[in-house]
Design a protein around this ligand. Structure first.
Ligand SMILES: Nc1ncnc2c1ncn2[C@@H]1O[C@H](COP(=O)(O)OP(=O)(O)OP(=O)(O)O)[C@@H](O)[C@H]1O
Ligand SMILES: [Mg+2]
Length: 302
């Protein structure tokens, strides 16, 4: 682990080393810049559903996401280098190398869901991949496919054709991110499948380091960047329950809520059930007890 990581303390703790100025706030994460070379990504316990951040946090969700990402980073270095320098003792902050991020979201789909399913219904293809006719919702695709999207600064990311994406990043780099994304997906999907979880699709973000080398950034293979489905409930021909967010979705569907901000407060039972699902996802996928992670986050890196 990097020396300086353990030296950093909670943001805002008086007298503690500062993680630097806050440079951005996403729906779920806050980003600090200790210097020009590094960033600290702090994952909060905020949860969004139907693209609305709810007022009620899910305790430890940010730690689950941070630990899972780090677990995957440590295990995929043979496929592509990544940005992680180390984890902070709070288990929710990742110190990373600052990259020049590519302007595309690298989505890989192994199953037909979400916008892939929508595109298919309208055109029989998605991001330029012509798919077999007669496929059902949530069906497994013959092969995983790379379906890049633009990074929308507002609203939904938009699926784009392969040649558009190639134009945005250059032909050679496009070929490389496609190959690496598919390889990362295959690795994650095989690992998850052996543990009863289907990795239906996932999104990666890459950047270039100062030497122009391709590096995996952001978070990777977490419930927030992926669709995780419980394998024992999988049944094509309908939308699938989400491994992590289903209690929240079901609760929100039971209300007379129009799915625009502000979202509803969640009752304790929904919060507890959802926290348990996140912890279960962590433990199943990593094979590490969540308590062990809380005691010493670096355990996921070894
Ligand atoms: N190593 C890195 N160097 C530079 N930027 C990075 C690095 N890793 C991730 N990023 C960027 O940091 C930002 C993380 O923001 P975050 O995901 O919290 O919010 P967002 O993407 O703006 O919104 P959303 O909540 O919808 O994801 C993204 O813009 C991502 O591309
Ligand atoms: Mg993001």
């Amino acid at each position: 682990m990097h020396e300086s990581v353990s030296g950093l303390a909670e943001p805002g703790v008086p007298g503690a080393a500062s993680p630097g100025a806050r440079v951005a706030t996403g729906k779920v994460r806050d980003i600090y810049a200790p210097d020009d070379e590094r960033l600290v990504l702090v994952a909060s316990d905020r949860i969004s559903t139907f693209d609305v951040v709810l007022p009620t946090p899910i305790p430890d969700k940010g730690r689950v996401l941070t630990g899972l990402s780090a677990f995957w980073f440590a295990r995929t270095q043979g496929i592509v280098p990544n940005h992680i320098i180390g984890l902070r003792p709070d288990g929710r902050s990742t110190e990373v190398r600052r990259l020049e991020m590519l302007p595309i979201e690298c989505v890989v789909r192994g199953y037909l869901a979400g916008s892939g399913w929508k595109d298919y219904g309208a055109t029989g293809s998605t991001s330029g991949h012509l798919l077999p006719s007669g496929m059902h919702e949530s069906a497994r695709l013959p092969e995983p496919i790379f379906t890049p999207a633009t990074k929308a600064t507002t609203g939904h990311d938009e699926n784009i054709a392969r040649d558009e994406a190639a134009e945005l990043v250059g032909t050679d780099l496009f070929a490389e991110v496609e190959r690496v994304s598919l390889e990362l997906y295959r690795f994650g999907a095989a690992h998850a499948s052996a543990r009863g979880i289907i990795l239906a699709d996932t999104k990666f973000e890459f950047g270039l380091d100062r030497n122009g080398r391709l590096v995996l950034g952001d978070e990777a293979l977490t419930p927030d960047s992926s669709r995780f489905w419980p394998a024992d409930e999988y049944e094509p021909g309908r939308s699938q329950p989400s491994f992590d967010k289903q209690f929240v979705r079901d609760y929100c569907e039971s209300l007379d809520w129009d799915k625009t901000a502000p979202g509803p407060e969640l009752p304790t039972q929904v919060v507890e059930g959802t926290r348990a699902r996140y912890v279960e996802a962590f433990e199943r996928l990593t094979g590490i007890g969540f308590d062990e992670y809380l005691a010493a986050p670096e355990v996921v890196l070894t």
